[in-house]
Design a protein around this ligand. Structure first.
Ligand SMILES: CC(C)(COP(=O)(O)OP(=O)(O)OC[C@H]1O[C@@H](n2cnc3c(N)ncnc32)[C@H](O)[C@@H]1OP(=O)(O)O)[C@@H](O)C(=O)NCCC(=O)NCCS
Length: 166
């Protein structure tokens, strides 16, 4: 199955809402269950400045989303991008995450001249940690009680990929 990556369009909002409605995706991200279509419509139609939103498509159906947040108005953080991503529950483990992250790294490093990409990932989210390590992200520290998830606080790793490692 060929996976195509393209920029998200406002009309993708219902498909993106479905991605974020999956229990595995809620578990792995900071999203709440029962995402509202309106909040995704607004996010995609009126993105905050410096946000690049990519989607993964299989046979023209949107099955994953990645947000790359940059800091155009913060001079000393202009080299940084923050990544958040999710693949629809029934499509996980089939290469969409790899395709999305590869595209985001290419956009960030080859076109936006970002040299540090960072993200947060729950310490028990093994598939995501393996994906990020595959692309050269390293664990920089542990954020204790980072977020409340399904009744309890969970720790997260701060991970980063440096284009020019120190
Ligand atoms: C994490 C996530 C984005 C990865 O996307 P994906 O499409 O499932 O990933 P891929 O199929 O491209 O696999 C990428 C790598 O992840 C790892 N991986 C994928 N599924 C795995 C599994 N079930 N168990 C362990 N590792 C797994 C593998 O290392 C794989 O690389 P490889 O096949 O070359 O060995 C996706 O699983 C997801 O959306 N999970 C829920 C939301 C989430 O956790 N988002 C990340 C927030 S930080």
């Amino acid at each position: 199955m060929t996976i195509i990556i393209r920029h998200a369009e406002p009309s993708d909002y219902e498909a993106v809402r479905q991605v974020f409605a999956g229990p595995q995706v809620v578990w792995g991200t900071l999203q709440l269950p029962f995402p509202a279509a309106e909040s995704w419509r607004k996010r995609l139609a009126e993105p905050a400045e410096g946000v690049f939103s990519l989607v993964a498509c299989a046979e023209s159906e949107v099955i994953g989303q990645l947000g790359l947040h940059t800091f155009p108005n913060r001079p000393r953080r202009r080299h940084v991008g923050q990544i958040g991503m999710a693949v629809r529950d029934d499509w996980q483990g089939r290469g969409a995450g790899t395709a999305l992250l590869q595209a985001a790294i290419d956009l960030a490093e080859q076109w936006l001249n970002l040299s540090r990409l960072e993200l947060e990932v729950y310490t028990d989210n093994e598939p995501a940690i393996r994906l990020y390590k595959k692309f050269g992200f390293r664990i920089e520290g542990t954020l204790v009680h980072f977020a409340f998830r399904d009744g309890q606080y969970e720790d997260a790793y701060l991970m980063a990929r440096l284009r020019m490692p120190r």
